[in-house]
Design a binder for this molecule. Structure first.
Ligand code: TYD
Length: 137
């Protein structure tokens, strides 16, 4: 496992392309070093929506946009990062401990998330001041 509080990172998703289309592969160990216990996806997103506005204490996530595009802002309380996911060849690795906001969704955008654990509300921090306190503790 990459050390806690490591930086977010864009990873290249290997795609096998031929005349019949493209096949993207995300494999344990060769691309990500956490085992995926949950996959969820966000779709049918109304124009102007903002999602996220929370951080995770222990969860690792890999996020990508197989369709459409959106922006992800990450904040560790000191540094700010902005990424745009807009194709099936790039994924964003989000370590634990980042406040995230997802916005500027294009029409037909789909956000797929591979997560290191099952859903657990107690892993969320949904208040920004609490997040800053947690980060600095
Ligand atoms: P949330 O993680 O807050 O989504 P977003 O950051 O995109 O706004 O989750 C939205 C709702 O969905 C919340 O009520 C919790 C629920 N949910 C689950 O039941 N299971 C899951 O795996 C996830 C990610 C969310």
């Amino acid at each position: 496992m990459i050390a806690k509080h490591s930086a977010p990172m864009l990873l290249s998703i290997p795609n096998v392309r031929n005349e019949m289309g493209s096949l993207g592969v995300i494999e344990f160990k060769s691309l990500i070093d956490f085992e995926v216990k949950r996959t969820y996806f966000i779709h049918s997103i109304p124009e102007g929506s903002e999602r996220g506005s929370h951080a995770h204490k222990a969860l690792w996530q890999l996020m990508f946009a197989p369709s459409g595009a959106f922006k992800i802002c990450l904040d560790d309380g000191v540094s700010f990062y902005e990424f745009k996911l807009e194709n099936a060849s790039q994924a964003l690795l989000i370590p634990p401990g980042y406040w995230r906001t997802l916005r500027d969704f294009s029409s037909h955008a789909v956000c797929v998330v591979l997560a290191s654990d099952v859903y657990d509300e107690s892993d969320y921090i949904r208040n920004y001041d609490e997040f800053l306190k947690w980060r600095s503790s």
